[in-house]
Design a protein around this ligand. Structure first.
Ligand SMILES: [Zn+2]
Length: 273
């Protein structure tokens, strides 16, 4: 999941602020005994791909959606518990506002003191969506981001962009697509890359996606098959030059930033030799 989708989710949850939890139901072992009844939702903010839902009394519900998790707002359940919750539900919060907040397949879910939020987001680099209404950070610290990205200069640029300790909020789609748009071979050592325009482009595009709700398009076209420059287009002609797009599957489950990569060998040539 990309940062813009997470911030969109944060906005959905934040719209429920000031509602009070009437009943909470957690189906995750570590929270089996947690009871949030009587607590008001204060706000929901995002940092990178992490969601922080603050509750009255100084508590924060921290969640991370990874690839498939979601929070949805549904009509409040009846007192008898119906309608039945969908499969995969990890959390259901009935609110006095006539709605219920349901977390499905949310792999990371924990309750912590709001003052301890740094424990779960303190390692993250500046949020590419800093300054968005749902962001915990008002300003994007450019110098900090650049220094973090350059920390390991030999590292492939596509991997550096995905490491949330450099900048947070970029996922595979944006990392792969900005490399294409900047004409960068994805395995160029990050130390050899002119990072400022790359970062500026990534931030501009993901911000645009958030503000215009355009979701998973990087080309501006929403139609499936035309919504990306190279992602998901292996062996199909590059939309810019016609060369067949190449694909490298994710390698090594132990390498967290080795994801699937698509690139055009003509628009993004590897260095000679
Ligand atoms: Zn091309």
């Amino acid at each position: 999941m990309e940062g813009d989708a997470v911030h969109r989710c944060a906005a959905r949850l934040d719209a429920l602020s000031s509602a009070t939890v009437v009943r909470s139901d957690f189906r995750t072992p570590s929270l089996a005994t947690a009871d949030l009844a009587g607590r008001a939702l204060v706000d929901t903010r995002a940092h990178g791909k992490h969601l922080l839902t603050r509750l009255s009394g100084g508590w924060t519900l921290h969640s991370h959606l990874r690839m498939s998790g979601s929070w949805t707002v549904v009509r409040k359940r009846r007192a008898d518990g119906g309608p039945a919750l969908p499969r995969g539900v990890r959390a259901a919060l009935d609110l006095d506002a006539g709605a219920a907040l349901v977390g499905v397949d949310v792999p990371v879910l924990e309750l912590l003191r709001t003052r301890d939020e740094h424990r779960v987001v303190g390692h993250l680099g500046p949020d590419v969506l800093a300054g968005a209404p749902t962001a915990t950070q008002e300003h994007f610290d450019h110098d900090d981001a650049l220094a973090r990205l350059r920390r390991d200069p030999a590292r492939p640029v596509v991997e550096a962009l995905l490491d949330q300790r450099g900048v947070s909020g970029l996922g595979n789609l944006w990392a792969v697509e900005v490399c294409f748009l900047r004409g960068l071979w994805p395995w160029t050592p990050v130390g050899d890359v002119d990072l400022e325009p790359l970062l500026a482009l990534a931030r501009r595009m993901i911000r645009h996606s958030l503000e215009h709700g355009t979701g998973m398009t990087t080309t501006g076209v929403r139609r499936r098959g035309e919504n990306h420059w190279v992602t998901g287009r292996s062996n199909r002609p590059c939309r810019r030059c016609g060369t067949l797009v190449r694909f490298r599957p994710a390698v090594g489950s132990g390498a967290p930033y080795a994801r699937e990569v698509w690139w055009c060998p003509s628009c993004q040539p590897a260095p000679a030799g």
